[in-house]
Write a protein that binds this ligand. Structure first.
Ligand code: ARG
Length: 466
């Protein structure tokens, strides 16, 4: 960015001013350092605006064509890195407009007819965010696809399911993966819904009240692929609820990824030893040669905090603003940009990592077996033999205590040992005490039986494609 001496670049609003802007105020107030990221959307919006102005007779066809050609040339200059961004020109909008006028003369000065930077910037952000949502949805889809594939492959793999991080009941590893997929599927729904409200056009609201030119907003909206227009001009230039909504959806995705990360970190510890995340996703220690650290999930867990912070920042940014546009809104961009970058990065690394994770099936089975995870199955067995559930619970509790005291699992207790707690127990009990038996018994919609898991995978795949 050039820091050219002030007043060498002419600001578009110097008419009513007699003194130049204070040097520090100029730097303090400039957004071009970050909003130049919106340059492509700014030019796309300007092209549509110029086309519309010509259509309604505010610009001549020659003026329109000069504007379009000039803007095309600017696209090339920016893409080739030849464009000089100037802080004195404050933001992306004035930088581009000023260059256009330098290139094509007076026609360039007519581009801003019937619009304001207030509706321009709101339009740019919405165009940008709309595309970013599509990219996020694609990454989210890639991750969900990976989870469904994994779930299908591992439908029969047994792991301990937890409540309170204590071994609870055996579950299918595939079932566990589908739980994460279900959360991400709702996240995708939220983004699709949010996109509908992002995809409305503020342009035409001008500074706040609309414009006295005979503009055709519907035409501009169609040219830009908007699903509709923002109906109230004051609202259109002022509210950033669409950005807040997106950031809230992003915060939820990060919450889900952070929880998932927590599991992967635990599971790759020597104490759990359920999974190996793959060398490509871990780092070593500079001092402890044995270490392989789960950096990727740790970083994602850590990065979730940034997005929660951005959500709070945007809510706070908005809450005190009277209608309509206020300069406060310039502060919307950095939190939004960083939210998108953080989210895209986290989803990408997860989508890459999940298919390359390897499972330690024997360890997971052993952990499920060791934790008396089939105790509920024994209680259900007794209920089927006519024992009341509360009594069955008590009986099994005593059997578990014997197991704990003698260092054995329920399935390792002899029949006569088990029968001392209830004479309803016969030798068919060993079927229900197996991990496979426990899984297979939960054979209903949403249950962990491998047949249900495979059916759920098919459904999830359909939902993902649809
Ligand atoms: N850079 C400003 C922003 O990001 C553009 C709109 C400025 N409008 C104004 N009236 N100063 O919000």
């Amino acid at each position: 960015m050039s820091d050219q001496p002030r007043m060498t670049v002419e600001k578009p609003w110097t008419g009513r001013f007699t003194e130049p802007t204070d040097a520090f105020v100029e730097a303090f107030g400039a957004s071009v350092g970050f909003d130049q990221r919106l340059w492509r959307q700014d030019i796309t919006g300007s092209m549509a605006h110029a086309r519309m102005l010509a259509e309604v007779g505010v610009l001549t066809a020659e003026e329109r064509d000069a504007i379009l050609q000039g803007l095309e040339q600017i696209v090339g200059e920016i893409e080739r890195g030849e464009f000089t961004w100037s802080i004195a020109l404050e933001d992306v909008h004035m930088n581009i407009e000023s260059r256009l006028t330098a290139l094509i003369g007076v026609a360039g000065k007519k581009l801003h007819t019937g619009r304001s930077r207030n509706d321009q910037v709101a339009t740019d952000i919405r165009l940008w965010l709309r595309d970013e949502i599509d990219t996020v949805l694609a990454e989210l889809g890639r991750l969900r696809g990976g989870l469904i594939d994994l779930a299908e492959r591992e439908a029969e793999s047994v792991m301990p399911g937890f409540t309170h991080l204590q071994t609870a009941q055996p579950v299918s590893f595939g079932h566990h993966m589908l739980a994460w997929e279900a959360m991400l599927a709702r996240d995708a729904e939220r983004l699709v819904d949010c996109r509908r409200r992002v995809n409305r056009m503020p342009l035409g609201s001008a500074a706040l009240a609309g414009t006295s030119y005979p503009i055709d907003r519907t035409l501009t909206a169609r040219l830009l692929g908007f699903g509709g227009i923002c109906e109230n001009s004051l609202d259109a230039v002022s509210d950033r609820d669409f950005a807040i909504e997106f950031t809230a959806a992003a915060a939820l995705i990060m919450t889900h990824l952070s929880r998932f990360s927590e599991e992967l970190i635990l599971w790759s510890s020597a104490q759990f030893d359920f999974v190996d995340l793959g060398d490509a996703f871990c780092t070593g220690s500079s001092i402890m040669p044995q270490k392989k650290n789960p950096d990727v999930p740790e970083l994602v867990r850590g990065k979730s905090g940034r997005v929660f912070g951005h959500l709070t920042a945007l809510l706070t940014l908005m809450k005190g603003q009277p209608l309509a546009y206020n300069k406060d809104n310039q502060e919307d961009k950095e939190p939004l940009f960083d939210t998108v970058d953080t989210l895209r990065g986290s989803l990408r690394v997860y989508a890459d990592m999940i298919p390359r994770m390897t499972l330690k099936h024997a360890h997971m089975r052993e952990a499920a077996r060791r934790g008396f995870s089939t105790a509920t199955d024994l209680a259900d067995y007794l209920v089927r033999k006519g024992v009341a559930f509360r009594d069955a619970h008590e009986i099994v509790g005593r059997a578990v205590r014997l197991g704990v005291d003698s260092g054995r699992d329920l399935a390792e207790l002899a029949l006569d040992e088990l029968r001392q707690f209830s004479d309803q127990i016969d030798d068919d009990v060993y079927q229900v005490l197996t991990l496979e038996g426990s899984l297979a018994a939960r054979d209903h919609l949403g249950g962990t039986a491998p047949t249900q898991v495979r059916a759920a995978c098919a459904q999830a795949r359909e939902r993902l494609a649809g």
